[in-house]
Design a protein around this ligand. Structure first.
Ligand SMILES: *Cc1c(COP(=O)(O)O)cnc(C)c1O
Length: 389
């Protein structure tokens, strides 16, 4: 089977994990801070806080930004459910805005239209998603957020190393913290950097970073400068608020550091494979792609859109190609429908969902395997066009 995504573990990764296992630290050790520093440097952020996974990262971000019952937060329906769920964990209300069908990203004009129909303060925050690896224009998003007094959590799980080009022609990396208050990443095996479970929050806001570090470990403060009462000795610590155990262990940070050292090479390979898909599908009129050729795409996913998606999915399975659908729109999940969202609420994302299919894309996908995938898609399209002609 050729899957849509997969991790790649090298002998160097194994050696890094083994060295960590043989050290004195299983959970919180020196590799946590090392991974944080290296990851922050990779995405151009001042601070990075490692946590147990991307969902925990979202939860802590929502807590640190003060989401509470009654608050309303806007996100895209084209994402993994966790981008919305983090608001629910804190008792807030999720509001969806449709996607721009040309990019798959949250439609900023529609977001503005929604914001303008309510008084300032009606909404508290925005959670845009760098869907498939295509970077959100965070400069424009920040400007809109500032106009309406919103915070921003950038869900960059699909886009480590991705960037958009700002109004001055500068490349702005996803998760740099220049525009969003907080950004989050996941190290789930299908993502760019795989540690099994793992996540990261990046920010340029030192106060938020400090708060997140406290929240990820039960709300406990140990730093003398952060204590509320007088230090009572070397053992002294204070639980100052309700936090969680969302720490990322030293052993997994060792794997993360090792994986991160190959991130640039892997991203280059993803882009090379994507460009080859682009070229092949340009010749197939029945196959559409999102935002072809846009610079800075990090290509977590390579998504095509076809009329007979179910047919193509099933056909590829008979060819041992396990494509995938990203995503069933979040507002169509039974849980969110119980909260009042309905089919028909967001026509662009619903139309997108009917046609989308993520093809195999990962750094170790060989040229031959990719050529086979392209051939199979072409074969199906030729049959299908013959039938409908
Ligand atoms: C993977 C993913 C998450 C959640 O990350 P986990 O590490 O699996 O918890 C959140 N948002 C998006 C867009 C993702 O792709």
């Amino acid at each position: 089977m050729i899957p849509y995504g997969r991790q790649h573990i090298t002998p160097d990764d194994e050696a890094a994990v083994l060295a960590a296992l043989r050290s004195d630290f299983l959970t919180q050790g020196p590799r946590v801070a090392e991974f944080e520093e290296k990851f922050a440097a990779y995405v151009g952020a001042k601070h990075a806080v490692a946590v147990s996974n991307g969902t925990a990262a979202l939860h802590l971000c929502a807590l640190a930004l003060g989401v509470r019952p009654g608050q309303r937060v806007i996100t895209s329906p084209l994402t993994f459910a966790a981008s919305a769920n983090c608001v629910r964990y804190c008792g807030g209300e999720v509001h969806f805005v449709d996607i721009d069908p040309a990019t798959g990203l949250l439609d900023l004009a529609a977001t503005r239209a929604l914001l303008e129909t309510h008084a300032r303060g009606h909404f508290s925050g925005l959670i845009p998603v760098d869907f498939a690896g295509l970077a959100v224009d965070m400069e424009a998003t920040r400007a809109l957020a500032d106009e309406f007094g919103l915070w921003i959590i950038e869900d960059s799980c699909h886009a480590p190393g991705g960037f958009f080009v700002d109004s001055k022609g500068q490349q702005q990396l996803c998760g740099s913290g220049r525009f969003a208050d907080l950004a989050i990443f996941s190290f789930h095996p299908v993502k760019h950097i795989a540690t099994g479970e793992g996540g990261m929050i990046t920010t340029s806001n030192e106060k938020l970073a400090r708060h997140l570090r406290r929240l990820r470990t039960h709300g406990i403060e140990r730093e003398p400068a952060g204590l509320l009462r007088q230090d009572e000795g070397g053992w002294y610590m204070e639980m100052q608020e309700l936090g969680y155990n969302y720490r990322m262990p030293d052993v997994l940070c060792a794997l993360g550091i090792s994986q991160l050292s190959r991130a640039d090479a892997n991203l280059a390979r993803r882009r090379e494979l994507a460009a080859r898909y682009d070229g092949a599908f340009a010749a197939l009129p029945g196959v559409a792609i999102l935002a072809p050729g846009r610079p800075g795409h990090a290509y977590h996913l390579y998504v095509i859109q076809v009329a007979n998606r179910r047919g193509l999915y099933d056909f590829l399975r008979t060819k041992n190609i396990l494509a995938q659908v990203h995503y069933v729109p979040v507002h169509r999940m039974p849980y969110y429908e119980k909260l009042g969202w309905r089919a028909g609420d967001f026509p662009a994302v619903e139309a997108y969902y009917e046609r989308c299919l993520s093809l195999p894309l990962y750094p170790t996908l060989s040229d031959e395997e990719q050529a086979y995938v392209v051939r199979c898609v072409g074969e199906f399209e030729a049959q299908n066009t013959a039938v409908t002609a």
